[in-house]
Design a protein around this ligand. Structure first.
Ligand code: GLC
Length: 735
């Protein structure tokens, strides 16, 4: 029996008074609606009782809360004064306002924001304190823009250098991503804005993202792909999480029983809301029973100009009918609504939350600090860098990325900014005693005459004292962008050839890569210096210029490996079934050996390794010890060392501690990051560093018992300042 939608509230209220379903239908004729509606309003004490509120809600009102009402909002309950829930991208800035019900921008004049550096840069800082500051500032802007849910951070693991969205994520190592995501989440949520960590889970490529079915071992799932999500939820207390587009073991992640009900809600005790990725919902029963709470982005039937165009969602009328006809218990609906109301009490109903702000100056400062701490100096022979700003030299700036805007494009993380300092502008401003000349050198626009651009660039380079080649990738499709993967590992648009050609005429060249992915660096022997810059946002040019001039001493470390060639990467070792998949299915055959785990265990030397990053000064690690050499399971391994700055300028270093099991009974990576600490050291001084590693964190995931297990016996503790620059190895024993 189909009950007219507009009378739905009667059904529930009547039900709550002991009427059965058939009575409610006849009651519908008696128009007591106003009385009941007038009688029940959300009073102050109600806000303390979710159950109390649920008892006042009609089925229709509850169903409406479980799906979109517009492109970026889900319903509140107007009758009770419960506001709608507003969501916004993205992980490194608050996206411009979109139209109510289409993907066009609304072109408001007051939604300009700060573009913070992309999360690859944040990860490269290896500085959790900075991540908290980042979250605080981003949350302030989200709050001020009246957003209740920030659709970020993204923490999918960097498995292949071709993934178009790696720039939005925190690299290849689960421990680094886990340590960096927690403070970000806490910072955002300090503002009464929910962080919605994404994309849960195994969304490690954009190719066929909507339906590719990922098959991966439980061990790799728990040791590599889940830890950052688990930390965001369990330690960061993230109030929301977004299901991924892809499938896992045959079921879409937005309503995946294993991931959502099993791991997220049962094992991790998640008390927040699962939001689907936009149009990531594909099945009503799975959405009802497998842990999805709010369905977003499923196309509306707006062209039928009905009053509620999103009722056609999977959790719309289909769900409503199943409740009404008794096929689905109302308890299932109430469980979703309880979570949504809790999210509302934390955000839109939270009377104590701060007001937020868009304090451009202080937010730009944070953006600058993250940018300058995240830039990685990969190579610097003959100390070409830093360039003395007092010198009256000729600097040739070459490359499209010197002037290309990068805050727009790249998909849902794009931003509308008042300020984005280009690298060229930043360099001109910083090196005001030098003669700066610019040549584009290459173009991402196929219609441009690259031959002419190339010859002009070479001519300019010939007469320069220093060449700054500013290239890399960009936010175009098939580059660093959502919804498509890169088609090649090498630099695009003829950059490698141009770099080699220029180097024939001028050896004093530094290449500054602006990207969110590793690229082939076969040209690295032709240049003296290489800087891995990221998508740095509003302060990009200022940050890059500060590094090039030495105003800031670089201290970033790579959050992912740079393989010499693509086939050196584990995901590309096993053919198309491993990447990009075959017949819409994919098997992560490298399993737990992702990134440096693959390189170290297979003895494949990368071009630049995970954790690598140079400085303009020199550090030495000494007095390296553990507090003892035998440990019980409930103890912590204390690694102590000193970091001395023996160079001429102050700087920051990241002490990294990796651990490997000797003669393990199971397959294990040679070593895994288990601790890091970034320290600032003045010239001719040293600082002491202590890093504690709980023995339980040495466990591996034992599929036979579906739980973590610690092998007793010998382990090697590797201490250094990158995954391959190990200064000392210490053998310890777990008893
Ligand atoms: C996109 C992205 C997701 C984003 C959402 C809303 O497709 O996958 O990260 O938050 O849709 O724009």
């Amino acid at each position: 029996m189909k009950i007219e939608k507009k009378f739905q509230p009667f059904t529930v209220l009547v039900n709550n008074f002991g009427f059965n379903k058939s009575n409610s239908y006849c009651l519908k004729k008696i128009s007591i609606k106003l009385l009941l509606f007038g009688f029940f309003s959300l009073s102050a004490q109600d806000t303390n009782s979710i159950e109390n509120i649920i008892s006042k809600l009609s089925i229709e009102e509850k169903i409406a809360m479980c799906h979109a009402q517009s492109k970026f909002s889900s319903s509140g309950v107007p009758r009770l004064g419960i506001p709608e829930l507003w969501m916004s991208d993205g992980p490194h800035g608050i996206r411009a306002e979109m139209n109510w019900d289409d993907w066009q921008y609304a072109n408001w004049s007051n939604d300009y924001v700060t573009a913070f550096p992309a999360l690859t840069c944040l990860a490269a800082t290896f500085n959790p304190d900075l991540s908290f500051e980042y979250g605080i500032n981003l949350g302030e802007e989200a709050r001020y823009r009246k957003k209740d849910v920030l659709l970020g951070p993204g923490v999918n693991i960097y498995r292949t250098p071709l993934n178009g969205r790696n720039f939005e994520y925190m690299g290849e190592d689960p421990f680094l991503a886990a340590k960096m995501v927690v403070p970000y989440v806490r910072g955002v949520q300090e503002n009464g804005v929910a962080a919605c960590v994404k994309h849960f889970a195994l969304n490690n490529q954009e190719q066929w993202r909507g339906h590719i079915n990922v098959e991966v071992s439980d061990r790799a799932l728990h040791e590599i792909y889940l830890p950052a999500f688990k930390s965001a939820i369990v330690e960061g207390n993230a109030w929301a999480i977004m299901g991924a587009y892809n499938k896992f073991r045959g079921q879409h992640c937005c309503h995946n029983k294993i991931l959502l009900n099993g791991i997220l809600k049962d094992s991790w005790g998640f008390d927040g809301v699962v939001i689907s990725d936009w149009a990531g919902t594909h099945n009503t029963n799975e959405a009802i029973y497998n842990g999805l709470d709010i369905e977003m982005g499923t196309p509306s039937n707006k062209n039928k100009s009905v009053r509620f165009p999103y009722d056609s969602n999977f959790l719309g009328n289909s769900f409503l009918d199943k409740i009404i006809n008794g096929e689905v218990s109302e308890r299932v609906l109430n469980e979703k609504v309880a979570r949504i109301l809790k999210l509302m009490f934390r955000t839109s109903l939270n009377k104590n939350r701060p007001y937020g702000n868009i304090n451009y100056e202080s937010h730009y400062k944070t953006a600058y600090d993250v940018a300058t701490e995240g830039v990685v100096l990969l190579k610097n022979s003959n100390n070409l860098l830093p360039i003395d700003i007092s010198k009256k030299i000729r600097i040739a700036v070459i490359g499209e990325n010197a002037e290309k805007k990068m805050s727009s494009g790249g998909g849902s993380s794009e931003l509308k900014v008042d300020k984005e300092v280009s690298p060229l502008y930043g360099i001109i401003k910083e090196f005001n005693n030098a003669t700066i000349e610019y040549a584009k050198g290459y173009s991402s626009d196929d219609n441009q005459n690259n031959r002419q651009l190339k010859s002009k660039a070479i001519a300019l380079a010939k007469d320069a004292d220093v060449v700054l080649f500013i290239g890399g990738l960009n936010k175009n499709s098939f580059q660093d962008s959502e919804a498509s993967d890169r088609k090649a590992f090498k630099l695009p648009y003829g950059q490698p050839e141009l770099i080699k050609e220029i180097s024939k005429h001028n050896k004093n060249m530094a290449v500054i890569l602006i990207s969110g992915n590793a690229v082939k660096t076969s040209w690295k022997y032709d240049v003296k210096s290489i800087v891995q810059s990221w998508y740095l946002g509003s302060e990009a040019g200022n940050a890059i210029a500060s590094i090039l001039s030495g105003e800031i001493n670089p201290s970033g470390k790579l959050p992912f490996s740079f393989p010499e060639k693509l086939s050196d990467n584990g995901a590309h070792h096993y053919g198309e079934i491993s990447y990009p998949g075959k017949n819409n299915s994919q098997l992560y055959k490298e399993d737990i050996l992702v990134g440096y785990r693959w390189h170290d265990t297979k003895n494949i030397i990368p071009s630049f390794c995970f954790g690598h990053g140079l400085s303009y000064t020199t550090f030495e690690l000494f007095d390296i010890n553990t507090n003892k050499n035998k440990y019980r399971l409930n103890e912590k391994i204390n690694v102590a060392c000193k970091v001395r700055n023996i160079g001429n300028v102050e700087g920051k270093e990241v002490v990294q501690v990796y651990v490997g099991k000797e003669n393990s009974k199971v397959k294990r990576p040679k070593k895994e990051l288990k601790g890091f600490k970034k320290v600032e050291v003045n010239r001719n001084e040293y600082v002491e560093v202590n890093i504690n590693i709980p023995v339980k964190e040495l466990a591996y995931y034992d599929e036979n018992i579906a739980s973590w297990k610690i092998e007793k016996g010998n382990y090697i503790i590797y201490i250094g300042n990158s995954s391959r620059a190990i200064v000392k190895e210490i053998k310890i024993k777990i008893l």
